[in-house]
Design a protein around this ligand. Structure first.
Ligand code: ATP
Ligand code: MG
Ligand code: FE
Length: 345
């Protein structure tokens, strides 16, 4: 199927034309510069900017995609989870296009987009696989048994992995978003300079939860370390701090993903979300998976963070199953990925 997809769940206005797993166009208008001065995404500012940008992004995606409206089979838009005002902009635009051009409409769960981002570079990838979803709002191990058939096997108990990168970057005064900045700085430092706690979840019967993670303790440990180093009056070794923090996150995620894949018998781990772009995670997980004879796939860098191409790819999967959404479909700020069935009729 050829799908026009719209993504406005957070701070990127993105529109893509996707033909099954092939990206014909993918326009991403990032609002990062707009939110930078606030040190994070301001919801009201995001909604207004989506309104300003979405029509132009649609026009550009159609033009660059080189398709006519008659060649587009369906319209898709992210409907959950995310900032409600931001979601409503793309969802309304998508429903309007579907009604006007008389096409089926599909509401898409944002995390399903992240799961299927790897499809865009892997023409033969099929479930079952384990998805390690590591983004600004989620850190989840999801068993993917088919399109729409998901089971949550592990999650974070507090901060998400991307959130931890953003918070640590903020306390080091590095700017927003923190992930790419820390990644770059980490290349200049020693990952063994400072031992940091990985953050484990104790079980009542003893031992630790094998797949759940926790990053707020790690963030606090970095804060304490920074305070101690500052009290000593030396210039902060930001490269070493970034490298040590990143290596700790990469090891923690790798350990959990490998344990989960081995215990549940998955041969393939598919990584998704903004933190899938992280060079430390890529090399750690790749190496550990290799030792275990597991296959690990990362999306191309441009499809790790938010984009409409991955939403179009997820929509094409649902379209294949004969599913579509009602034009009454609401936007939802929260919705578990295991509940996507309720989006279709
Ligand atoms: P969600 O998908 O959970 O709703 P989101 O859409 O805001 O959240 P994404 O766009 O998937 O999140 O990812 C953004 C996050 O990824 C930010 O926290 C950012 O710091 C992080 N990130 C981006 N690039 C990197 C990188 N190279 N290393 C580590 N983190 C990164
Ligand atoms: Mg974003
Ligand atoms: Fe996202």
């Amino acid at each position: 199927a050829t799908v026009l997809a719209i993504e406005t769940s957070c701070d990127e206005t993105s529109v893509a034309i996707v033909k099954n797993r092939e990206v014909l166009s993918n326009i991403v208008a990032s609002q990062i510069a707009l939110h930078q001065k606030y040190g994070g995404v301001v919801p009201e500012v995001a909604s207004r900017q989506h309104v300003e940008t979405v029509n132009e992004a649609i026009a550009e995606a159609v033009e660059q995609g080189g398709v006519s409206w008659s060649q587009i089979d369906a319209i898709a838009a992210t409907c959950a989870p995310g900032l409600i005002g931001a979601l409503l902009v793309g969802l309304s635009a998508g429903k309007t296009l579907a009604a006007y051009h008389n096409k089926p409409f599909l509401g898409i769960h944002h995390l399903e987009g992240h799961i299927y981002a790897s499809y865009l570079s892997e023409p033969t990838l099929q479930p079952p696989f384990l998805c390690l979803l590591v983004s600004g709002g989620h850190t989840s191990a999801i068993a993917v048994r088919g399109c729409g058939e998901y089971e949550l096997l592990g999650q974070t108990r507090d901060d998400a992995a991307g959130e931890a990168f953003d918070k640590v970057a903020r306390l080091l005064n590095l700017g927003y978003p923190g992930g790419p900045i820390i990644d770059k700085l980490a290349q200049t430092g020693n990952p063994r300079a400072f031992p940091l706690p990985e953050g484990r979840i104790s079980l009542p019967q003893g031992g630790y939860h094998p797949y759940d993670s926790s990053f707020s303790g790690l963030k606090t440990a970095v804060l304490r370390l920074v305070q101690k180093l500052e009290a000593e009056g030396e210039p902060l070794p930001v490269g070493d701090l970034a490298a040590s923090f990143q290596a700790t996150v990469a090891k923690a995620l790798t350990k959990r993903a490998i344990a989960c894949a081995v215990d549940y018998g998955f041969e393939t781990i598919v990584v998704g979300g903004g933190v899938a772009a992280n060079s430390g995670l890529r090399s750690h997980l790749q190496a550990a998976a290799g030792e275990r004879g597991l296959r690990v796939l990362f999306p191309p860098l441009k499809y790790c963070t938010d984009n409409a191409a991955m939403i179009g790819c997820a929509a094409a999967q649902h379209w294949e199953r004969g599913e579509q959404s009602s034009l009454d479909l609401p936007a939802r700020s929260r919705l578990a990925v295991t509940e996507v069935g309720q989006l279709y009729r």
